[in-house]
Design a protein around this ligand. Structure first.
Ligand code: BDR
Ligand code: CA
Length: 318
């Protein structure tokens, strides 16, 4: 089974990504590392612990990552994130379980480093779905892991407008400097950006199916996702008929890379001016014969969304 570490800013679609991995028989979640973004780190970690308890998986350890961007001393949740994910990260729907567990005393950075060292290349995939600060710190603290780590991240955009500005996607925008440092390494990175995540939707019909199972897990996932669908439509002014499954797609590709087609290139992140937070080809590595980052540009939406819903329904059935 493929070993997975989720680096979450939990978050509605982060919750759905976690649910998907827990419901995937060919994956083993070996730990959750908490970052910041949709919520402050400690809120995200508390959500992770409660969610694991809700799904009866108190055996999975949770770690705390760095709680603020590399260029500032503190972090405040951007107003947009609070609107999209609610003040508590789960659409103002309370998680119907309360964990008495704490996060581990070792931090995310060391857990990621140790885990990469302990596994053969390709056995473990790290899936960041929030700010990349701790991932950058791990690669810097232990450069020996750069050749061994596999990263499938949700973030960025190459062909679509940004979602927190004309160019920037939210996760990259939380810490563009850290994201730039991650892309500048030789690490094996697949970028699941808005190019593909805007192609995969969860609909109100899907949430109805989850609710009709009649369990508290099903009701919680349905209520939380309905909040996300409503707010996505309200904010965009477009009837989408659903919400984007940003983070679940990254988790799914980590487990099954055949869900997307990719374009290999060398990326950088703009850190200055009005394009701050933009992911774009790195002109200084344009002629480099080795193209490091696989950017997903095509997705088998039907195969993914069918599998996603099948698994969520099974998980919610308990
Ligand atoms: C990303 O930003 C966060 O709001 C979501 O959880 C997702 O990781 C989408 O741009
Ligand atoms: Ca996220």
């Amino acid at each position: 089974r493929k070993k997975i570490i989720l680096d979450l800013d939990t978050g509605i679609d982060d919750t759905l990504a976690l649910s998907y991995v827990l419901a995937s028989p060919e994956a083993e979640l070996i730990g959750i590392t908490g970052t910041y973004g949709n919520v402050v780190r400690d809120r995200g970690v508390a959500n992770d612990l409660d969610l694991l308890s809700l799904f009866g998986r108190d055996d999975i350890p949770v770690f705390k990552g760095i709680d603020h961007p590399s260029t500032t001393d503190s972090f405040r949740v951007p107003p947009d994130s609070e609107i999209f994910h609610g003040a508590n990260g789960t659409g103002n729907i309370e998680i119907p379980a309360h964990s008495t567990r704490q996060a581990e005393t070792v931090g995310s950075v060391d857990f990621i480093i140790d885990s990469v060292r302990r596994h053969a290349k390709g056995e473990l995939v790290v899936v960041p779905t929030g700010a990349l600060t701790s991932i950058a710190a791990a690669l810097e603290k232990a450069p020996d892991i750069i050749d061994k780590i596999t990263i499938v991240l949700m973030g960025g955009s190459l062909t679509q407008p940004g979602n927190v500005g004309p160019f920037a996607e939210a996760n990259i925008n939380q810490d563009p400097e850290a994201a730039d440092r991650v892309f500048s390494t030789q690490a094996d990175i697949t970028m699941i950006g808005l190019d593909v995540t805007t192609q995969v939707l969860m609909s109100r019909e899907d949430t109805r199916a989850l609710r009709s199972i009649g369990t508290e897990q099903g009701r919680f996932l349905a209520d939380m996702t309905d909040y996300y669908i409503d707010i996505s439509e309200k904010e965009s002014g477009i009837y989408l008929g659903g919400c984007n499954l940003h983070d679940p797609l990254a988790a799914a590709v980590a487990i099954d890379p055949t869900l997307v087609t990719t374009f290999a290139t060398n990326l950088m992140v703009e850190t200055e001016g009005p394009q701050r937070g933009r992911t774009i080809g790195d002109p200084s590595r344009l002629l480099d014969p080795v193209k490091r980052t696989k950017v997903a540009l095509g997705v088998d939406s039907e195969r993914f969304t069918r599998r996603f819903m099948d698994r969520l329904l099974t998980l919610a059935a308990g």
